[in-house]
Design a protein around this ligand. Structure first.
Ligand SMILES: Nc1nc2c(ncn2[C@@H]2O[C@H](COP(=O)(O)OP(=O)(O)OP(=O)(O)O)[C@@H](O)[C@H]2O)c(=O)[nH]1
Ligand SMILES: [Mg+2]
Length: 448
């Protein structure tokens, strides 16, 4: 989850609001102060924070909620709207108009370019595009292999030559190579050795001239916080065809600062990086992002994820139905967990559900690969009947299963607990309630 700490703090402020009796000036001021503190802790620029919270406070104090909406709900809506504006309001998705579309990524050392190139290639491949990746990094010896390692499993071709010393030449040849092959998108990864903006932009100019990209993508490390402002601004001024990916927003305490600083320059943020895995890239949409950040959920995103899941072989529509209705057995759970592994953590999906965001019992959904293997072993020792009707598994059966699988009774119980918790969680999701809430808040991200 991106900006988890900030999200939790903001969510707490909103909870405080929900818990308060009457909403008077003192309550509003207290909540605004909480929001202020949360943003400052996330390294958001002080001036920006003061501006934002002043507007929130003013609107919360002055505006009358429309009929049918409580004051509390109205304040939540104000916070949501102002934070969304703060991050740019409208999503600016990457568009693939021409064939091939050439994308060039740039960024300072270690910002996450190569990882982002691989993620983006995979993202586009999932959407049906044929993608070629060019490694023009002549600086780092392992760059080409890094890309191959990330992309070979997906059959995405990487063009490169670890012995070539001329980056511009490599970029040109790579683009030519993929043009001849007739791919839809060519992504060029460049070297990121320059620490300061000037050198970076000079290199971008040189490669740009050689390959004439449709879009140049600046990759910014989200952990640098509000310092991202200068980088983004210099970049925006240097190229009219630039967009930005902010990386490492998972776990970074300063991510909020980076994101808001980049948004403040007006440069379009198209994606965010939320982890080290290839699937940890999200198209950036301020509305969805903020509603998820506040724990209000992201229904539209959820539906899209489910759709994506359905496209994978392992998922049939009735499977997803079963799952969402809480009517699934151990076998189903295992299949889903296994498939989710490939898709990115289940948690990511569950966090898009309104109201669930921060109240999720982590252990109900966090299943690592190792654990999954253990589950497999345990399940292999169960009878067909037990797999289909786990509720019949009593203590003597648990003992038998543990013995048979060479595990312990507590491990067997853990699997059963996981199953029960997950079942409870999915059952508690009430679709009608979600839709009603979405309508009430009139949130952009809620497309149901
Ligand atoms: N947690 C997390 N780590 C990331 C993310 N993006 C990249 N990283 C990590 O950041 C480190 C640097 O990433 P690279 O993609 O090699 O960065 P680079 O910009 O290509 O680096 P140079 O080519 O040396 O300039 C790697 O360890 C990545 O796994 C992200 O979104 N989240
Ligand atoms: Mg690199």
């Amino acid at each position: 989850m991106a900006l988890e700490k900030l999200g939790k703090a903001l969510n707490n402020a909103l909870r405080k609001l929900a818990r308060s009796g009457t909403v008077d000036e003192a309550t509003i001021k207290e909540i605004v102060r909480d929001i202020q503190r949360a943003l400052l802790q996330a390294d958001v620029n002080v001036k920006l924070v003061l501006q934002l919270t002043k507007t929130i406070q003013k609107r919360a104090l002055e505006e009358e909620p429309p009929a049918g909406v409580s004051r509390k709900e109205h304040i939540i809506k104000i916070v949501y709207e102002e934070l969304t504006k703060f991050l740019g309001t409208e999503a600016k998705p990457l568009e693939i108009k021409e064939r091939p579309t050439v994308l060039l990524t740039v960024g300072i050392q270690g910002s996450g370019k190569t990882t982002s190139v691989a993620k983006l290639a995979r993202h586009l491949q999932k959407r049906g595009y044929k993608v070629g990746v060019v490694c023009s990094d002549t600086w780092r010896p392992g760059a080409y292999h890094q890309l191959r390692q990330l992309l070979d499993p997906y059959g995405i071709e990487v063009f490169g030559d670890p012995n070539e010393k001329d980056a511009v030449k490599l970029a040109r040849e790579g683009v030519e190579h993929f043009r001849e092959k007739g791919v839809d998108v060519i992504i060029v990864d460049s070297a990121g050795r320059h620490k300061e903006e000037k050198g970076l932009i000079e290199e971008m100019r040189q490669i740009s001239e050689a390959i004439k990209p449709h879009e140049v993508i600046l990759v910014i490390d989200g952990t640098i916080g509000q310092q991202a402002y200068n980088q983004a601004l210099a970049f925006k001024e240097a190229t009219p065809i630039g967009s930005i990916i902010v990386t490492k927003l998972d776990g970074s305490a300063k991510g909020g600062g980076a994101l808001s600083a980049v948004a403040a320059t007006g440069a379009p943020i198209k994606f965010i990086g939320v982890g080290e895995r290839i699937d940890d890239l999200e198209p950036f949409d301020p509305k969805r992002f903020v509603s998820r950040l506040l724990g209000l959920g992201d229904i539209q995103g959820l539906l899209e994820k489910i759709e994506e899941l359905q496209k994978q072989q392992e998922f049939k529509e009735e499977d997803v139905e079963k799952f969402l209705k809480g009517k699934f057995n151990l076998k189903d759970m295992y299949a889903q967990l296994e498939a989710m592994q490939k898709m990115g953590p289940l948690k990511q999906i569950l966090q898009m559900i309104p109201g669930l965001g921060y109240s999720l019992p982590d252990e109900a959904i966090r299943v690592g690969e190792e654990k999954l293997k253990r589950y497999r072993v345990i399940m292999d020792s169960m009878t067909e009947e037990e797999l289909e009707h786990p509720e019949i598994i009593n203590y003597s059966r648990i003992k038998r299963i543990a013995r048979g699988s060479g595990t312990s009774t507590s491990e067997v119980r853990e699997l059963l607990n996981q199953y029960n918790q997950m079942k409870k969680m999915f059952k508690s999701m009430n679709k009608r309630k979600l839709a009603k809430m979405a309508k009430k808040f009139n949130l952009g991200g809620f497309g149901v």
